[in-house]
Design a protein around this ligand. Structure first.
Ligand code: FAD
Length: 313
């Protein structure tokens, strides 16, 4: 081992829920070490939607994913958490005294009586549309699965694909900045928050957003991989319609890869960790699971649900 630490609590995952757990545990005078494979805190908020507005944090009418992360970091600073970034939580061993030893991919060893798994979707990967020449356009930024820099999309022709919250939120939020926004969804029925669906429909009615009902069929561009058109096949149409596009933003959700946590000997249900709803403890005493990674009847994958779970845990 290159490095060994002893602490009160080990937290796997420095997403919003892992960060808020530091606050709740800090109130109990418990010190935390956090391990995250990302090189920064914030989990999905910082990695997948740093500039997307979040509207459902109590008493914060709106903040972006990055602002929420920055505020959480400010809130937990007095408790002096120790972060181990860029490291996978790889193996877990129970020590003779009943405490846990977690070892990371950098051979850092952390020992504590309690382990908290706040690993969200694990190593999350965006679902890709089934298009032939996707790789070339991904490499040039013609296809992007997250808006990392909103300003970089200024003046561009954007095609946004999907029918859920992300597709709708970005449609509404990029319209002021882009040269054009076309929303593509396979049917005229959206899964997003009703308010955002209404905003999107108003923009379509006003002729500000184009709505294309159909399936993504192909991508056109030059030999260097610069995207020029997205082809959309509508039901009943003989040929696909070519929609001018500099960037395609497919928001088809994420696939979850639990990774090494799957080998920690915990009961799993469809790659999620079942917990009780009093303590959010797993099938193994002194290992807790909070946030998107856990499962119980009525679970909602929301940041505020994870905050609630951290408080009860
Ligand atoms: P995550 O944010 O997924 O963080 C988990 C962390 O654990 C990650 O950083 C990951 O790298 C790390 N990790 C996992 N496995 C390991 C391992 N073995 N070793 C080391 N590190 C590991 N929710 C809302 O409430 N409001 C919204 O408006 C909203 N908008 C969203 C928009 C999008 C596009 C997406 C994708 C989600 C949105 N959500 C929203 C959901 C919200 O982001 C999640 O509920 C929240 O991020 C869950 O937090 P978490 O801390 O449990 O997990």
């Amino acid at each position: 081992m290159t490095e060994t630490h002893n602490t009160d609590i080990i937290i796997i995952g420095a997403g919003p829920v892992g960060l808020f757990a530091v606050f709740e545990l800090g109130l109990l005078d418990l010190r935390c070490h956090l391990v995250d494979i990302l090189d920064k805190p914030g989990g999905q908020c910082a990695e997948l939607y740093p500039e997307k507005p979040i509207y459902d944090i109590p008493a914060l009418p709106v903040c972006t994913g990055q602002e929420l992360t920055d505020r959480l970091m400010e809130q937990i600073a007095p408790f002096d958490p120790v972060f181990h970034y860029g490291q996978m939580a790889e193996s877990l061993v129970r020590l003779p005294d009943g405490s846990w030893q977690l070892t990371t991919s950098d051979a850092v060893s952390i020992c504590a009586p309690v382990l908290v798994i706040a690993a969200g979707g694990g190593s999350f990967v965006a679902k890709r549309p089934p298009l032939d020449n996707l790789d070339a356009f991904e490499a040039t930024g013609g296809v992007q699965y997250a808006v990392r820099q909103r300003d970089a999309l200024a003046g561009k022709h954007l095609v946004i694909a999907g029918g859920g919250d992300s597709a709708l939120d970005w449609t509404v939020n990029l319209v002021d900045l882009a040269a054009s926004v076309t929303l593509v969804h396979r049917r005229d029925d959206f899964r997003g928050a009703p308010d955002t669906v209404a905003k999107m429909r108003a923009l379509v009615d006003a002729g500000i957003v184009n709505l294309a009902i159909g399936q993504l069929k192909g991508l056109d561009g030059d030999a260097a991989g610069k995207l020029s058109h997205v082809l959309v096949q509508s039901a009943g149409a003989e040929a696909p319609t070519a929609i001018a596009a500099d960037v395609l933003l497919p928001f088809y959700g994420l696939t979850m890869k639990l990774g090494p946590i799957a080998d920690f000997g915990l009961n799993l249900e469809k790659n999620l960790i079942p917990v009780d709803t009093e303590r959010f403890e797993t099938s193994t005493p002194s290992i807790f699971a909070i946030g998107d990674i856990n499962h119980y009847p009525g679970k909602l994958k929301l940041i505020l649900s994870g905050f609630h779970e951290a408080a009860l845990m």
